[in-house]
Every structure is written in C-alpha cells, then in structure tokens.
Design a protein around this ligand. Structure first.
Ligand SMILES: [Mg+2]
Length: 408
C-alpha cells in the first residue's frame, strides 16, 4: 500500500504543538487498519488520507496515533492519487467519517474534482472533507471554501500537530452530529410509516365498525317495524287491531282539525254472527270474520284508509279526506263485496248469506269537538240500522240520522 520511503525534510517532536507534519526522517507506519478485526473497524472513525506525498500520510498518522474520540479509535486508509481516493470512498469505505484531501496530485485540481465526485456523483453529503495543499496558488482559499462543500482548508506548511488534531476532532464531531440527525430522521420516517399503517388499520376498523353499526341499525329498524306491525295487527283477521285504530284515529283527528278537511267513519257489524257461530262452530266463525275483514280491506284503495277490528264481530273504517258522499259510495262497495263473497248463513233471519249493518258518520273536525263524538254518532247510526232490520247502513251527521238505506 505504502510506496517506498521518500526523502525526508525536517525532524519534528511528536508532542510539540509547533511541529510541522512534514518529516525529515522516514517513518515506518504500516497500514494498521488492514490487520484490525472487522468489529473494531466497524466501531472506529474511518479517516481516508488522499495525498500523492507518502510523507504526509506518515506524518498524519504519527500525529494522530493512539488518538480516541468519544471512546472510538481513529483508523487510517491511504490513497496516493485522486483516482485511488475515489475508489476507497466509493467501494471500500463509503462509511468514512473524514477525508484529508490533497489538491495537487495527478493534475493541479485533482483534489477539487474528488470533492465534486463525492458530493455530486456519490451524493455523499455525510463524509467531512479537510482540504490540504502545499500549492495555495492552485487553489486560493477563499474561492475554494466558497465553491466547494468542505469543512476546512489548510496549508501544509502551517499544519502543526495541534492544529491538525483540532481540525480533525472538529470534523469528526460534525460527522457524528450529521449521522445522529440522519439516524433520527430515519427513525422518524420509520415511525411515520408505522403511524400511517396504524392510522390505516384504525380507519379500516372504524369503517368496519360503522358498517356493522349501520347493519345492526337497519336490522333493528326492520325488527321494530315488524314488531310495530305485529303490535298493531289483529292476529285473527290480520287487519289493524283496536289499539292501532285508536292511535290512528287520534292522529287523523288532530291532522284534519288543522287542515279543516272532512273525516268519515264507518262502524260495521256482522249481522246475526252469534247464530252463525252457534250453528257453524267457532272455527268457521273465525274464518268468516277473516273473510269479511279481508273483503273490506280489498275495497279500500288509498293508503290513508284504514280498516280495523273494533271488537268481536265489529269493524271500523277510517276515511280521511272523505266526504259523506264518498263514504256512502265506499259503504255501498263494501256491502257489494261481502254480498259477492256469498258466505252462506242458513240461520240468518235477514238473508241467505252473511250481511253487514253499518253506521256512517262524516265530520270536519274542529278544536271545540271531542274525538270520541264521531264514534258515538256512528255507533248511534249503526244501532239505528240494526233496529231497522239489519243488512243496511244509516247515515248520521252531527244533528241526526239522515235516512235509512236497505241493502239487498
Ligand atoms: Mg500533492
């Protein structure tokens, strides 16, 4: 590695601060680093000396021999030309902490080109560079320090051991800080990646959770609707029950009081149903009620119309936005539908089949009225229809029954 000894120039004292590193006598410093174990190498400050004067290598190593910085030794690697220096920093020791670099070697600006190569081609911004020259005319200090990314500029003739040590330690400290910052930057980048991953996992989890909540909410809403339907349903006839009628009636009463629209009510009774039950049995009676309920249901067209089982064999029909004329027309349609069903009733004194009696009432609700009054009026009309011989409907207004009507 080290070429034959060159002629020496002066004899320095190793510990003399004024000692110039250029030597009088040749020094036999072998390339110690080459024989060091790899773990020690990895834990040392690597310093590359690039200089075409072998004495400079020797003097430098002698001056810094046995020096430790922050508990780690300094290891030296020598290159005697700019090209060899490039090779060392590129291939063998890209993790070098410091380069002590000569300017004039193969050419007058060979060292300056090495700086450009390291910074621009290798993109190595970490390694510290101290430029040393014996020919300041080839590289004026001010121009060089402004143009090139270096840490220090030294004239070889001025370089005492103490100045060299100060310059080297200062550069190593700077290198240590850069490495620490780079390491922290890497750790930060790693932490950011982990944070982003955690964030993504959290977002995914939140999305899944929201989806599950939405599904459960939807299921719950469907279950609630079904529950409400069941609660509102008469299990025998499968139309609305009395409870639902009460709610719906109150609701429509209030709405139409505000809107001042007519509200009609039909109260319906199956004629001589007790005779039917007694003669055909309860099961047939149940089927008969179901058929009547479904028959009435079929006649109703609008979503706001409601038929409910009022109790026993009584049914009630709520007709919002319906005049007396409209309600009467619907009563006729219901009578026709049940007649058409031909539910044979041999024990009926009024017909050969199941027939209905109805009380009809129509009112435009007002705040001064009670919501129970129309039901009582319809009931009164129903009573009149029964009294008049059944199988008919009576129409009633707030004042009195208007007229009887026989259905046959
Ligand atoms: Mg030179």
């Amino acid at each position: 590695m080290i070429p034959p000894n060159q002629p020496s120039k002066s004899i320095p004292e190793e510990n003399n601060d004024d000692f110039i590193i250029l030597l009088d006598e040749p020094l036999d410093l072998s390339d110690e680093a080459a024989t060091l174990p790899s773990d020690l190498l990895a834990n040392a400050w690597k310093i590359i000396i690039v200089d075409d004067e072998p004495d400079v290598h020797r003097a430098t190593q002698l001056a810094l021999k046995n020096l430790h910085f922050e508990g780690k030794p300094l290891m030296f690697f020598s290159a005697y030309s700019a090209e060899a220096g490039k090779q060392l920093i590129t291939v063998e020791h890209p993790d070098a902490a410091l380069i002590l670099l000569d300017v004039v070697m193969e050419t007058n600006d060979a060292g300056l080109k090495v700086i450009q190569y390291i910074r621009e081609e290798l993109k190595n911004q970490q390694v510290r560079i101290i430029l040393r020259t014996g020919h300041p005319g080839e590289a004026p200090e001010e121009a060089v320090i402004l143009t090139y990314d270096i840490n220090d500029y030294k004239l070889k003739v001025e370089l005492t051991r103490q100045k060299l040590l100060t310059s080297v330690i200062s550069a190593l400290r700077s290198y240590r800080d850069i490495i620490t910052i780079d390491q922290q930057r890497l750790e930060l980048a790693h932490a950011l990646v982990q944070l982003r991953q955690t964030q993504l996992q959290l977002e995914e989890y939140t999305h899944t959770l929201e989806k599950k909540v939405a599904e459960r909410t939807s299921d719950l809403a469907a279950a609630n609707r079904e529950l409400y339907r069941l609660v509102a349903l008469d299990s025998l006839t499968l139309i609305a029950n009395r409870r639902h009628f009460d709610e719906y009636w109150q609701q429509q009463w209030q709405l139409l009081t505000q809107q001042r629209h007519p509200l009609s009510l039909l109260l319906i009774d199956v004629d001589h149903f007790k005779f039917y039950n007694d003669y055909y049995g309860h099961q047939a009676g149940d089927e008969c009620l179901r058929a009547v309920a479904q028959g009435i249901q079929r006649v109703l067209n609008r979503p706001t119309d409601l038929v409910a089982r009022y109790g026993g064999e009584e049914f009630v029909v709520v007709l919002p936005y319906t005049s007396l004329k409209g309600a009467t027309k619907l009563a006729d349609a219901i009578m026709t539908e049940i007649y058409r069903l031909n539910l044979v009733h041999l024990k009926s004194p009024v017909s050969d089949r199941i027939t209905l009696s109805m009380g009809i009432f129509c009112v435009t609700p007002q705040a001064s009225m009670t919501s129970d009054a129309p039901i009582a009026q319809a009931d009164k009309a129903l009573y009149q229809a029964k009294q008049a011989g059944r199988n008919r409907y009576f129409i009633c207004d707030l004042i009195d029954i208007i007229c009887p009507s026989q259905w046959s």
